[in-house]
Design a protein. Sequence first.
Length: 133
Amino acid sequence: DMPDIFGLDLAGIVEAALDSAGGLLPATLIKVRPGARTPGDLASGTNADATSYPTQGIAQPGSDRDFAGSSWQATRLQRCTITLLGAPLTRAGVAPEVDDQVTIEGQTWTIKVQDPDGRDPAGAVYTLMCVGA
């Protein structure tokens, strides 16, 4: 269910307003979970199971301010701040988590810091600090 604040579906309102303005960029949240071991080859580890969830978002180059205080501030990896619409993900029953991946503008990113400025209580957007996957 969508968070209900003051009797309003703010995430749905934000999504509808952005859609009527032309929408954002297509994006995909990818949740990767450990899978089963290969039968007969227990030493090979597990086969990852990836599930994709379509949404929309925007991507911006990550700045030192965005990553301030995190262990990723000094990384040499390419960094990106991604904002995803929350409504499509809430409808799918998922939320972004650290180490999930996001594909946007043809590039895949790994989430390293989630909502650095605090969670959006309306669930309208998720702000994610990511590094190149």
